[in-house]
Structures are given as C-alpha cells and as structure tokens.
Design a protein around this ligand. Structure first.
Ligand code: ADP
Ligand code: NI
Length: 220
C-alpha cells in the first residue's frame, strides 16, 4: 500500500500534538498513553487488513475526546472537534469518516449502533481500543480504575452488579471482548491477551483462596 502523503503526515502530527496537550493530565483511563497505544495498535491492524491509514490513525487519536466519561475540562462537543479537524486542513469527507467512527465505536453504545456497520478503519480502531482493555495492560488499567474509585480487589461469593470490584469488571466486560473483535488481526491479538487474563485470574484465585468462596475469582 502506498505510504501517507507529506500533507497527511503533517496533519497527523498536528492532531497528535493537540490531543497530547489536551489529555496529558487526564485521569479516567483515557490518558495520552492509552491514546498512543491505540494509535500504534490501530495502525498495525489497519496495515494487515488493508484499511486507510490516515483515517485510522486520525480516528485513533481523537477517539476518546467526545467520551462522556471524560471530565468536562477534557471532553468536547462534536461540533468543536469538527471545527478543529477542519482547522488542521482535513477535508469534510475525511472529517465525517473520522467522526462517524468515534461516535459508533463505544462498548457502552454497542446496542444502539449494532445495526450500523463500522468502516474497516473503524473496525481497526475499535479492536485496538478493546485490545488495550485486555492483556497485561488491561489488567493494570482495571486495577488502576478500581483503585481510583475505591472499589474492592474482589468480592467473595456471588457477583453483584451494585457491588463493584476490580475482579468483577473482568466478568462484566474484559473477558467478553475476545468474542467482539471485528478483524482477523484483532482476533489473533485478542486470543493471546485473553489467555493471559485467564491465567492471571487463575493465579489470583490460588493466592487468595483462603475460603471456598474465593473460587469465584476464576470461574467459567
Ligand atoms: P472505553 O470507554 O475505552 O470503552 P472505559 O472508559 O469503560 O473504556 O474504561 C477505561 C479503562 O478503565 C478500561 O481499561 C476499563 O477496563 C477500565 N474500567 C472501566 N470500568 C471499570 C470498572 N468498573 N472496574 C475496573 N476497571 C474499569
Ligand atoms: Ni479508548
């Protein structure tokens, strides 16, 4: 596949610099390091899948800016994002492709948008975002999030949605991600990260098994 034009490369670095400045002190798990990992992984998937690299990379960079979970200071309305993209010289069609990806891709809204297929570029970014919630980095992020919220490490006995814990989050979301991958490349990478989470939970159960009930940590 042909490389990206100089102009597009320049636009990508303008977006990256802008997003980096905005999210450098973000504290809800959508920080700049997460964005950089998703950028890298999205590109890797896009290359293997033959997706457009510019749309993929641009969407990866801005994918969390409109997330409701971001604090008001970091979040921005779609209209402001559109203006900014156009300010970087990105044409309307490309801006629309990018915006369509990031509005449709969230895990939470997956029911709402389930009939609207993501573009190949969107599939790459969504897989990359989900992969970053899996594996070693996903484990680390889950415990950081739980720590920030004051949640327990795990609960003994049955799972209760109203009683959150770090381990509970694996069953609510992280262990489901493997089967939600869009692309072949995503599925291959997810396989490895899923296995790692499984063996982590199994070790955790062994180390925490002071009571029968801790068996709940690692279950089918
Ligand atoms: P996204 O918007 O990227 O789909 P979230 O905002 O839900 O993801 O989560 C950001 C990070 O925090 C992810 O790594 C996710 O697994 C973690 N996280 C979200 N909710 C919880 C929770 N209740 N307990 C532990 N970790 C969580
Ligand atoms: Ni994200």
């Amino acid at each position: 596949m042909a490389g990206m034009s100089q102009l597009k490369k320049k636009q990508i670095s303008l977006i990256a610099e802008w997003v980096g400045g905005k999210l450098s002190d973000e504290g809800t798990g959508h920080d700049w390091l997460h964005i950089k990992r998703v950028q890298r992984l999205s590109l890797m998937i896009a290359k293997e899948e033959g997706a457009d690299l510019f749309i993929t990379e641009a969407a990866a960079l801005v994918h969390d800016l409109i997330d409701e979970k971001l604090s008001a200071r970091h979040r921005m309305p779609l209209s402001a994002l559109k203006r900014q993209l156009s300010g970087f010289g990105i044409d309307n069609q490309a801006a629309e492709d990018i915006i369509s990806i990031i509005t449709k891709m969230s895990f939470r809204d997956r029911e709402k948008y389930k009939d609207q297929k993501l573009s190949l570029e969107g599939q790459a970014v969504q897989d990359a975002d989900r992969l970053d919630a899996m594996g070693a980095v996903g484990i680390a992020r889950a415990f950081m999030y739980a720590g920030a919220k004051g949640h327990l490490l795990y609960r003994e006995g049955s799972h209760d949605k109203n009683a959150p814990s770090a381990v509970g989050h694996f069953y609510e979301k992280l262990l489901l991600l493997k089967d939600l991958m869009n692309t072949k490349t995503g599925r291959r990478l997810a396989e490895h990260r899923h296995k790692l989470m499984r063996s982590f939970l199994s070790e955790l159960k062994n180390e925490c098994a002071c009571t029968e009930q801790a068996a709940w940590i690692d279950r089918e």
